[in-house]
Structures are given as C-alpha cells and as structure tokens.
Design a protein around this ligand. Sequence first.
Ligand code: AN7
Length: 378
Amino acid sequence: MKKAHYTGLIDRYRDVLPLAADCRVISLCEGDTPLIECHNIKQANERDIKLFLKFEGLNPTGSFKDRGMTVAVTQAVTEGSQAIICASTGNTSASAAAYAARAGIKAFVLIPDGKIAMGKLAQAMMHGASIIQIRGNFDDGMRLVKEVANEAPVNIVNSINPYRLQGQKTAAYEIAEALGQSPDFHCIPVGNAGNISAHWTGYAELAASSGKHVTKACGFCNGDCQFTGKSSISNRPKMLGYQAAGAAPFIKGSMIDNPDTVATAIRIGHPQSWDLAQAAVKESGGWFNSFTDEEILATQKLLATKEGVFCEPASATSVTGALHDMEVGNIQNGSTVVCTVTGHGLKDPDIAIKQSATEMLTIDAELDSVKRAILNNI
Ligand code: AN7
C-alpha cells in the first residue's frame, strides 16, 4: 500500500523483519538516511574512487542505534515488557530512552561514570530514562546488565538482542537500493561489533534473494523502486572494520581490559558480537585495522571542513580507515566505497570545540573592527 509519507524502517522493510503482523510499531521515522557522495576528498578524487558517506547521524536521536531500537522496542512491547535496560557508551542509552518514552515504558541505562559525551547524557536525561552511572567501563556495564536481566523484569536492548541487528541490517538495504548494487567496500567503526555484523547480514540476504524481495518489502513504493525488473544484486562488499588504537581487541586478536580512546562511543574492550564480526570480515574478504586518536580527530575535522558533514569522533574512524586503505592500495582505484558515519557531531560538542583550530576573535562592536577582521582573514 502506498503511504503518503515515509513512516520508518519497520513499515518499509517489514517483509524482512521478524515481527508479528499485528504488532504495535514503536517508531520515530528512523532510517532513510542520506548517502552523501564526497566531492572534496583528494585521496578519493585522485584515484577515481567513488566515496559515499551513509550519514546515520541524521536518525531521530542522532545515531544508527535508532534502526535497531525501533525493532527491539517494538518486539519488547509485543512481548509485554514494561521496562528495557542497556549498558551504553552513550548512543544506545539516548536511543533506548527516546523509544521507551515513545512506547510509554521505562528505560534503565548503565553508563560509565564521566565517560559519555555530553549530548548523549542530555538526551538520556531529557527522555526520562533512569540513569545509573557505574564506576567502571562499558564492558563492566554489559556484564552487569546480563546478570541483572536474570533477576529483574527488564528486556535487554543492547545488540546482543537479535532484534537490534535485524533493524540495523536495513542500512545495507538502503545503500544497495540507492546504488543499484552493493559497494565494493563497506567501511565501518567497530566497538561492540553489532553494526558490522548487521550490515553483513543485510548484504548477504540481498545477494541471496537476487534483490527481488526488496521490491516486495518496499511497501511504500508500489513495486516501482530501483529493484523492479532487476534480476540480481549479486555482489557483496568487502567489510572493513576499523577501531581506535586504544580500544582495538580485533587487531590484538583477543579481548582487552582497559580500553581508552577519545572516541568514547567505541571505548569497548570486550565486544559482544565477536564471532559474528569475525565471520563478516572473513566471509567478505575484508579486514580490521586501527587508527590513533590523532588520526581519527583529523578525519573528523576533514569531513566537517571539506564536506560539511559533522560527525562524532567514533564515526570518523570509518573514513580514517578508508583514506588509509586508499593510500596504501588496499582499496583499488575506481572502486565504490561506502563509509558508515554512525553518529552526529553535536553528540560531543566538547571534543569539537577543544579540537577546533579556528581562532575565535573578540572585537569591539564597531564597523572598522569587523572590516579589519574580514580583510585580515579572507
Ligand atoms: C557513534 O552506545 O556501543 O560496533 O553503547 O555510538 O555496533 O558497537 C555505541 C557504539 C560506532 C560502534 N559509532 O558500533 C553504545 C555503543 C558510534 C557508536 C559504534 C557506536 P558497534
């Protein structure tokens, strides 16, 4: 049935989501995020590489988490849950808080004391979540959430909840739909490792289904979307998972106990979707790599100043890796590359202001001073 306007990813992709037909959909019209082609990145331009940013920071709470949360909270409500719980480096807590508010249920969020970005904390507080700060990191919070869910009536909405990954796989559908095929490489920041796993599920399903069911699932297009008449979306991308150097268990090859990085969103040492992420990278022929905080922040700045895209530090990790792999030739000239830009820059204003090189001028409120300021800086 043709809908008058976009109503969220469950309505759009219901055919490929494991939800009951009569469920009450808890949605904030998430998904349908822009795929922005970079114009001003020299590493791509010089090599005839098409570089796209899937800007997930434009979801309703400012991160990709909303894709998983709409499905997880819809299912929780269907099961009769009155409360959800998560551990979080920030974005999951913001998303859980918003969707719980929408559903009219309670959200409990465990966050590492003093280690989440200000915007995310503001969101969780404003949406009315019960915020429990722990003297520990995300991995401690994750362990406690799993333990307490055995003893209290709460539904876990971290990405160990399979409905989260089902929702997040829809980003791969949108990308394939926009490009008419899968990209050659998909670059993504890796923390708890749910998102890379979910994307691989999406691409694998698409390739296996010959692209046909996207048309069927695409309830709002009346069967006239990109895929109509196409017999196959056969290609799958190489999945490239990038981490921050101080929080890079996949590079080490084992869990780490004291992760640290300026990219607090991915300050995770014990990723829960370890096996799924390893399989995604291996099956796709991709790889993991890690980059320093300085490199990540430089990319954050580059995207903001050269492309007008403001993302949070963790999100810049995907592009940091892509640029590196273009330079060393791991990503071949002429390729199509999609980088997931996971969260909005406004999430973490402290880092943005701290690292901004722009000197702020303070001048007298008179024409001459303004004129001088312009002429000296033009
Ligand atoms: C901006 O919010 O884990 O590898 O608790 O917020 O699927 O974990 C956040 C993760 C990348 C990593 N970019 O994704 C949380 C949380 C941003 C993020 C990731 C996160 P996963």
